[in-house]
Design a protein around this ligand. Structure first.
Ligand code: HEM
Length: 446
């Protein structure tokens, strides 16, 4: 039965709830979700809905996925950096771009990335051996950035890491405000944030254009994403415009490093909070690997580490808000949602719902043992989203996180050098609100 508009927070006449969603997103989402499985609020001129129940999330992302596009506010804001890359494109164009990128993420190709992921991690481990204090967040972000560029573009980005990280920082600063701001804020405004945005775009595009230029000059098909983009032609035989190539590569670099890096940082933080869980992971690593570097065939045997990763992605999903807008009127959770209105789904909210997860706020990796995942209703756990825009890098990320955490815990016993709790803060990804500082003591494999 269809019902009238669901209830929800009523706020500022002009901007609606935009200021709350920008100022304290997680509190706003928790408050809004308390109104019911579908709650309604206003973002400036837009009517928006937060959809909480697993069944409704699955309806929006999968069952009726073809009736939705990504939401216009997010597309507009992230488009400043990501242009028309696959995360922002739709329809046939999106399908074709995705199909072109897909081979880089096939199982066979992933196997080829294991060695470079382990080697890059081992290089970082060597440097950590001589550090008294390790700022984990930035170290791991630099590592995953190098890995994504080496794996997908066969490019060594070591000399440009600082520039790219600086650019991503500017991007995040702008998006933290504009990703949820209903009224477009012109980019030409002479305010410092906009100046930094322009600087960030220029820095990132320079690094990426250089990768493209180097590959063109070498004229070698390396069989990676970069060569695929260079060799791609449209139906009339014309090559992909350089601008589109830059958009696809920027999207992959941005979507593909910060996300994995925050998960790894959260895991290392949680291992410090729960030493008994850390010991179980380490015992598993020692018994499966006996001190040697992991290979692809070892990964399925690291079952408890798998549970730790799943549980971390449940509590701290980097993609904490997913937005869509319907192309026609439809019904979700018994309510009519009109064409052009906004629907938000939050893995952070649904994955902490006690209907699906007992003691939902507790870190309990053991819940994932014995096939728990297959008992969950569809839409209850979706850290990589689902449907047309489901994360293309899901398997890449899971493998990378497992390899890096395994290698680090094989080598080191970590000790935190400060004691204040770390809380999640919802920027572009769900990040730790502080830098995790640790001391790394070498472990002796018994
Ligand atoms: C733990 C790590 C990761 C998480 C949690 C994550 C999460 C997500 C989510 C939630 C989306 C979908 C957004 C939506 O539905 O609107 C997405 C899309 C995407 N992700 Fe990931 N991601 C991760 C790692 C990666 C990696 C390693 C890569 C590449 C190497 C990558 C590349 C992409 C791309 C290209 C898209 C856009 C797909 C499309 O629109 O068709 N991600 N990711």
């Amino acid at each position: 039965m269809e019902r009238t508009r669901p209830s929800g927070p009523r706020k500022n006449l002009l901007l609606g709830s935009a200021t709350d969603l920008i100022a304290s997103p997680l509190e706003f989402l928790k408050d809004t979700a308390s109104y019911g499985d579908v709650a309604s609020f206003r973002l400036g001129p837009f009517r928006a809905y937060l959809v909480r129940a697993a069944e409704d999330v699955n309806e929006v992302l999968v069952k009726q996925g073809d009736v939705f596009t990504r939401d216009p506010i997010m597309r507009y804001a992230s488009g400043k950096f990501l242009g028309n890359g696959i995360i922002n494109s739709e329809g046939n164009f999106h399908r074709d771009q995705r199909r072109m990128m897909q081979p880089a993420f096939h199982h066979k190709r992933l196997e080829g990335y294991v060695e470079l992921m382990v080697n890059q991690t081992d290089r970082m481990i060597k440097q950590w051996e001589s550090l008294d204090d390790i700022p984990v967040n930035s170290e791991i972000a630099a590592l995953t950035l190098k890995i994504v560029c080496e794996a997908l573009f066969k490019s060594d980005i070591t000399d440009d890491v600082a520039n790219v990280i600086e650019a991503v920082h500017y991007f995040e600063e702008v998006l933290a405000v504009e990703l949820r701001h209903p009224v477009p804020i012109p980019d030409w405004l002479p305010i410092p944030r906009k100046q930094r945005l322009r600087k960030g775009v220029a820095l990132l595009h320079e690094v990426i254009s250089e990768m493209i230029g180097d590959r063109r000059a070498s004229a070698v098909d390396k069989g990676d994403v970069l060569s695929t983009l260079l060799l791609a032609t449209s139906e009339d035989g014309s090559p992909m415009p350089e601008e589109q190539m830059i958009d696809e590569m920027t999207t992959t670099v941005i979507a593909g490093h910060e996300t994995s890096a925050t998960v790894i940082t959260w895991i290392l933080y949680l291992m410090g909070l729960y030493p008994e869980i850390n010991t179980r992971v380490v015992n598993e690593l020692d018994s499966v690997l006996a001190g040697r570097a992991p290979q692809m065939s070892d990964l399925p045997q690291l079952k408890y580490l798998d549970c730790v990763i799943k549980e971390t992605l449940r509590l701290f999903p980097p993609g904490w808000l997913i937005g869509r807008t319907p192309k026609e009127d439809l019904t979700i959770g018994g309510y009519t949602i009109k064409k052009g209105q906004l629907i938000y789904m939050s893995p952070y909210i649904t994955q902490r719902d006690s209907r699906y997860f007992e003691e939902p706020d507790a870190f309990k990796p053991d819940r994932w043992l014995d096939g728990f995942e297959s008992t969950l209703p569809k839409g209850a756990y979706f850290p990589f989203s689902n449907g047309f825009h489901v994360c293309i890098g899901q398997q890449f990320a899971l493998m990378e996180i497992k390899l890096i955490v395994a290698r680090l815990l094989q080598h080191f016993q970590f000790e935190r050098t400060q004691s204040e709790p770390i809380e999640p803060v919802a920027l572009v990804t769900l990040c730790p609100d502080k830098t995790l500082h640790v001391r790394a003591m070498e472990r002796v494999f018994a």
